[in-house]
Design a protein around this ligand. Structure first.
Ligand SMILES: Nc1nc2c(c(=O)[nH]1)N[C@H]1C(S)=C(S)[C@@H](COP(=O)(O)OP(=O)(O)OC[C@H]3O[C@@H](n4cnc5c(=O)[nH]c(N)nc54)[C@H](O)[C@@H]3O)O[C@H]1N2
Ligand SMILES: Nc1nc2c(c(=O)[nH]1)N[C@H]1C(S)=C(S)[C@@H](COP(=O)(O)OP(=O)(O)OC[C@H]3O[C@@H](n4cnc5c(=O)[nH]c(N)nc54)[C@H](O)[C@@H]3O)O[C@H]1N2
Ligand code: SF4
Ligand SMILES: [Mo]
Length: 730
């Protein structure tokens, strides 16, 4: 940790000359520090307001964080933070935070909270977990997790004897994409993605709204690429911020992207626009692919997508003319329509045909690297081999799906499911079909929520454990595979407030109560991290000082005669035609099927991200709610006029089952959206009175969802068949 004086800080930050107007917006802590002669402590750590995990430096005075800045050493942010990252103080100093453990003495879902000591709360959880293990076996307990601290909970779960670890960020998010790419290349595109945007010469984005999706370094990279002359084609029913910068905006009819992709593949294979040498060296199945896509002509695709055939052809030729320095990306969130792994595979096929994998401006080959786990821990107990797999129906479920855990809790099939540990997940809002989620929760013997806020999920918990925020804790390391391998450290800038605690502590104390101490030998968070770093040859003192350490050697990010790629597919090659799929009775080349479109005055709900919010994580954060307090309903102006809506008017939504939204949402006229859709950002529509700024603000897209379609390959849940009517108030 380095220190700077008040004077040098004022000079660096420009505050000394900025005068009264800046002072008026400065937090109180800052002003009192500026008045004092205190030295400013600088603590490098990393952000958790989303999972990009940008390095940041917390400026601390009088025991309070007064400001955060980007850490220039971090490849994830390169000295910058996004709008959410800058709102760190709004998370840390949120007066609505969970302050002490709580036990529900009422019914599940109608909580009567009793303040509890840690000893009492953890004792109760330990007893219940023991009982579940005795009655049903350890597999009857599952962990849902999102965020860095989840690693300690996963470790606890495995030590307890269960492997039922799941996350909405798989089957409700990027799982379909990862499976589509793995089937094709034998590897995922990574997280952070290995997109070499800054060197690209042609970029196609389908339903990826980078910029609003504020993944820090990736936004910087795409802007760099565009500055250097890359062409950009954005496929989106809405003119997103990035579409506004594009050479082509293709306002596709929603749910028809696969038609467009197959037409592009057909043009590229029939006109032989592909990278022939590359395919010869690295791919198999070109003739089979060619034969399989013949029906997908541009004229056919025009009818499905409403994109003119000549535009489809033009983009294909432009794109191919810039191969192999191209990226075709379908975004990160890919659980759209139920055929999502196949749509993602079509995207992977296009990248393959144009030779983008392992090429400059394409998908680079990431640096290797890792840090060993804490040495000397006992082996996890063996899992029972005879138990039926929860995801047996999905041959390519690369991770456990949330829905099969939910189904098991409802039906007891294929085995009992009685306890849920929910870490940093707001399942009420992030799993499709709330009724099913609640049905499952009612069947449990125990639901523990580990959170920082009284979010919607808290209302369904038996025991609530308050984690301290990322600025108050040590956590596991964040490892990044970029062109260099990078290790980031989280360390506390200030002491945990109230009775909140970090996960390394909570899990250790809980483990002790279950006789699992041997798995948690660390004295404290720092000792845990130091030991792992030492085992991995990383200078922990340097890491503490810098926050981020990158490997000295650069990897070889591109294919050269001496740097040949490996593809972990059964054939060892890029699989343009997939025997793995045909062996399971699935389409070896993606096939188009038509999805329902809204009729009878219904409009499709499109959803995405606000650049200043992360789902429901920030909807109560006073630093961003000042700017964006609620979500808006984008309505095409023509549609709005037809429906007699005025700009700024509050409306309700009604879905296909007749369900009316509990909350209201403000209409926003726009010409940046197709007439058959409405658009809103996800995360609002919180119903928790204790979240005073978020409660009942706006509507959640998930509240209106009447059904979802399941991906037969990997169990992802397509959540974009969401049709609504607009209901005027009064
Ligand atoms: N309908 C619909 N469903 C969706 C999406 C959508 O857009 N629409 N998005 C999907 C996507 S892309 C994803 S990735 C998933 C995400 O879904 P989830 O995995 O459920 O995650 P979040 O919504 O990030 O979870 C937010 C919870 O984490 C808590 N939290 C915040 N910080 C911390 C912390 O430091 N520690 C702890 N313990 N808790 C914390 C918040 O208070 C909140 O309760 O949802 C998916 N589901
Ligand atoms: N600021 C901010 N950034 C975030 C997050 C956040 O919460 N806030 N969350 C992070 C997470 S976990 C994820 S997964 C990513 C998600 O970010 P992205 O992967 O970029 O994607 P989405 O949220 O799916 O994309 C929304 C876009 O898809 C368009 N769309 C809707 N339907 C269709 C369709 O049928 N076809 C096409 N072509 N487009 C369609 C919408 O109009 C919208 O512009 O963002 C990450 N970044
Ligand atoms: S992108 Fe923004 S919110 Fe996400 S980690 Fe980086 S600074 Fe934090
Ligand atoms: Mo996500």
């Amino acid at each position: 940790m380095t220190k700077c004086t008040r004077r040098s800080f004022l000079k660096i930050s420009g505050v000394a000359t900025a005068g009264v107007s800046v002072a008026a917006t400065m937090p109180e802590q800052f002003l009192s520090w500026a008045e004092s002669q205190e030295e400013l402590k600088q603590v490098p750590t990393f952000c958790e307001l989303c999972f990009w995990n940008c390095g940041l430096i917390a400026k601390v005075a009088n025991g309070k964080v007064i400001k955060v800045d980007g850490n220039p050493l971090s490849e994830r942010g390169r000295g910058r933070l996004c709008g959410r990252g800058n709102a760190a103080l709004g998370s840390l100093y949120d007066p609505d935070r969970l302050k002490h453990p709580m036990i529900n003495s009422g019914k599940r879902g109608e909580p009567k909270w009793k303040k509890a000591s840690w000893d009492e709360a953890l004792g109760l959880i330990a007893r219940k977990l023991e009982t579940i293990k005795e009655k049903h076996g350890p597999e009857a307990v599952a962990l849902f997790s999102h965020g860095t601290g989840g690693a300690f909970w996963k470790h606890l779960l495995k030590a307890y004897g269960s492997s039922n670890y799941t996350a909405p960020s798989f089957a409700q998010c990027r799982g379909p994409r990862d499976v589509g790419f793995t089937l094709t290349f034998g590897a995922e595109v990574g997280s952070p993605e290995f997109y070499d945007f800054s060197e690209s010469r042609y970029i196609v984005l389908l339903g990826s709204h980078l910029g609003e999706n504020a993944h820090n370094s990736q936004v910087q990279d795409i802007i760099k690429g565009l500055d250097k002359g890359a062409k950009l084609c954005v496929v989106d029913p809405r003119l997103s911020n990035i579409a506004a910068k594009a050479d082509h905006w293709l306002a596709i009819r929603p749910a028809t992207d696969l038609a467009l992709l197959l037409a592009w593949i057909r043009i590229i294979v029939t006109e032989e626009l592909y990278d022939a040498d590359y395919l010869k060296a690295y791919a198999t199945g070109l003739p089979e692919l060619k034969a399989a896509v013949q029906e997908y002509t541009p004229e056919w695709a025009e009818k499905e997508t409403e994109i003119p055939a000549e535009t489809i052809v033009r983009v294909a030729f432009e794109l191919a003319s810039r191969k192999p320095n191209v990226i075709i990306s379908g975004g990160r969130f890919s659980a759209w329509y139920g055929d999502d792994a196949q749509r993602s595979r079509a995207i992977a096929l296009l990248n393959a045909l144009l030779g983008a994998w392992g090429r400059p401006g394409g998908i680079y080959l990431p640096a290797g690297g890792g840090v060993p786990e804490y040495p000397g821990l006992p082996e996890y107990p063996e899992h029972r081999e005879d138990l039926p797999k929860l995801d047996a129906a999905y041959p390519f479920a690369a991770a456990q799906t949330t829905t099969s855990i939910r189904n098991a809790a409802i039906s007891g099939q294929p085995h009992a499911m009685k306890g849920w540990l929910v870490y940093g997940c707001n399942l009420i809002k992030t799993m499709p079909d709330r009724t099913e989620t609640i049905k499952a929760i009612r069947n449990l013997d125990l639901l523990v929520a580990i959170d920082i806020l009284p979010a919607d999920i808290i209302q369904w918990a038996d025991v609530v454990l308050p984690e301290c925020t990322y600025l108050e804790r040590h956590d596991t390391l964040s490892l990044g595979k970029f062109k260099q391998f990078e290790v980031s450290l989280r360390q506390p800038a200030v002491e945990p407030m109230w009775e909140s605690k970090p996960s390394w502590w909570i899990t250790r104390e809980l483990a002790k109560k279950m006789g699992l101490d041997a798995y948690f030998p660390w004295k404290d968070g720092e000792e845990y991290l130091r030991t792992r770093c030492e085992a991995g040859g990383i200078d922990f003192t340097e890491l503490k000082q810098k926050g981020v350490i990158s490997s000295a050697a650069k990897s070889a990010p591109y294919i050269t005669p001496l740097n040949q790629p490996e593809f972990a597919t059964p054939s060892g090659k890029i699989e343009l035609y997939s025997n793995q799929l045909s062996e399971k009775g699935l389409d070896p080349v993606p096939k188009y099927t038509r999805h329902p479109q809204p009729t009878d005055g219904f409009l499709r709900v499109l959803y995405g991200r606000s650049p200043l919010h992360t789902f429901s994580r920030t909807t109560n954060n006073f630093m961003v709610t000042d700017l964006i307090p609620e979500n808006y309903l984008w309505v095409n102006s023509k549609t709005a006029l037809k429906l007699g809506l005025t700009n700024g008017q509050y409306v309700r939504l009604e879905n296909r089952t007749g369900f009316k939204s509990p909350g209201t949402i403000k209409v926003r006229y726009t010409q940046r959206l197709r007439e058959d859709c409405v658009y809103m950002v996800h995360g609002f529509g919180i119903h928790s009175r204790e979240m005073t700024r978020a409660n009942n603000r706006g509507i959640g897209d998930e509240e209106m969802l009447a059904g979802y379609t399941v991906d037969p390959l990997m169990g992802g849940t397509g959540m974009r068949h969401n049709f609504v009517k607009i209901v005027k108030e009064g």
